[in-house]
Design a protein around this ligand. Sequence first.
Ligand code: BEZ
Length: 208
Amino acid sequence: MSLHLGSIVPNFTAQSTKGTIQFHSWIGDSWAFFFSHPADFTPVCTTEMGRTAQLSDEFAARNVKPIGLSTDSLQDHDKWIGDVNDTQNTTLNFPIIADREMMIAELFGMIHSGESTKQTVRSVFIIDPNKKIRLTMTYPMNVGRNFDEILRVIDALQLADKHTIATPADWVPGEQVIIPLSVSDEKAKEKFPQGIETIRPYLRTTTV
Ligand code: BEZ
């Protein structure tokens, strides 16, 4: 099965540091930031786990629940969380899945044999409350993810859903947004009475 944007994310049951998780019911009415890391007790992963924990208020403000995964054991996860908390000055409270048999990792395409046959690469799945996959990203083992980008893309997705808009390259919250081609000029005038700038007939911007 290939996991595409717009597909319903597979449901699964997993052992995590917060107990047994049934993925769809765990997501509930929230968004999910589901991410894998190669291994516990490794430097880049330690900083990523710490950053995710430090951003817990930012995720909560967006109604997003983080959940990690690696092929390490629950015992390792629990021990490592102590190190993450100590070294990254934080308190890690989100679940980390122990995918010892690599069932979930295989299902989600997180094992890239060119990198490792036993450890997951740095995959990201952003999932909405309808359980649809809205974004995927894959980073190699030796490059830590950019968490500003993760929050930025969640903001862009949520704003797009709310206002039927798109966001331009390098958009950050507060900047002009794009009126999609599917919205006629007439409808756009109704929808965005605050004003529209037409740079080209196919390139129209507004503020929301
Ligand atoms: C790290 O987190 O530093 C790491 C983990 C696995 C492979 C390479 C780097």
